[in-house]
Ligand binder design. Structure first.
Ligand SMILES: CC(C)(COP(=O)(O)OP(=O)(O)OC[C@H]1O[C@@H](n2cnc3c(N)ncnc32)[C@H](O)[C@@H]1OP(=O)(O)O)[C@@H](O)C(=O)NCCC(=O)NCCS
Length: 213
């Protein structure tokens, strides 16, 4: 089945997930090392649920987590992308960047490269001006990626009852020079929840629509 390429970077392709990815996604999310900061690894049927959930996100919102592939080898690297999330002490949905990289391929800058592209998609294609990551305080690799894409620790909260640090960054509008996220507090448009800066349609926390790419 043809799957849609959403983004390309120097070394990576980010494309929509399909059920043909089940072996790779099940191996990734079933890996105890990759999932060591989660309650437990996912079973194969939960991995299929992860694919289904992301396909729903593509349909409902025009984005989700995408499958990440090496451009040079065609090898499966992991997943990365955007998802609506709501922390336990908030009544507003926000957009989170998420990522998982196969254990054997970690430490090569792949998560940073993929997450940078997802961040730019959020600002340039969705017109968002804020991006978050919800990270287990013990998960230093994930916090390293968040910092490298311009997010900063904002506050502690809980997500599904588990402690997390909210990393957040304000995104430059598509017309601004450069693509790095602004230092927190630097934007004139401090926002709560989903907002937009430049597209024609207003993004809403539920029933969010954006052009499907
Ligand atoms: C988080 C994760 C995706 C990072 O993937 P990666 O491709 O290895 O990340 P990168 O190579 O781009 O590393 C980016 C930065 O992360 C930090 N980092 C990476 N591995 C680290 C480690 N083992 N310990 C501390 N920091 C680490 C560093 O700051 C690194 O930058 P540097 O190379 O300049 O030092 C990967 O560790 C992973 O899949 N973890 C399990 C899934 C997960 O926890 N996802 C996030 C949920 S919030």
């Amino acid at each position: 089945m043809a799957t849609m390429t959403v983004l390309t970077t120097q070394r990576l392709i980010l494309r929509e997930m399909s059920s043909a990815d089940l072996d790779d996604i099940a191996a990734l999310l079933g890996d105890e090392y990759v999932m060591r900061y989660y309650p437990r690894p996912k079973t194969r049927s939960e991995a299929q649920g992860w694919i289904d959930r992301n396909q729903e996100r593509y349909r409902d919102h025009g984005f989700g987590l995408w499958t990440v592939i090496s451009r040079s080898t065609g090898e499966f690297v992991g997943d990365c992308g955007l998802a609506l999330q709501r922390v336990d002490d908030s009544d507003t949905d926000e957009i989170e960047v998420g990522y998982h990289v196969r254990a054997s391929l970690q430490g090569n800058g792949y998560a940073t490269e993929a997450a940078s592209a997802a961040r730019d998609f959020a600002s340039d294609r969705l017109g968002l001006d804020r991006l978050i990551a919800l990270i287990n305080p013990a998960n230093l690799p994930s916090q390293g990626v968040a910092r490298k894409i311009g997010l900063k620790p904002e506050r502690h909260s809980t997500y599904n009852g588990r402690e997390c640090i909210i990393y957040a960054g304000e995104l430059q509008s598509p017309t601004a020079a450069g693509r790095a996220a602004r230092p927190s507090g630097a934007s004139p448009q401090q926002t709560q929840g989903l907002t937009r800066t430049s597209s024609d349609s207003v993004l809403r926390p539920s029933g969010l629509r954006s052009p499907h790419l």
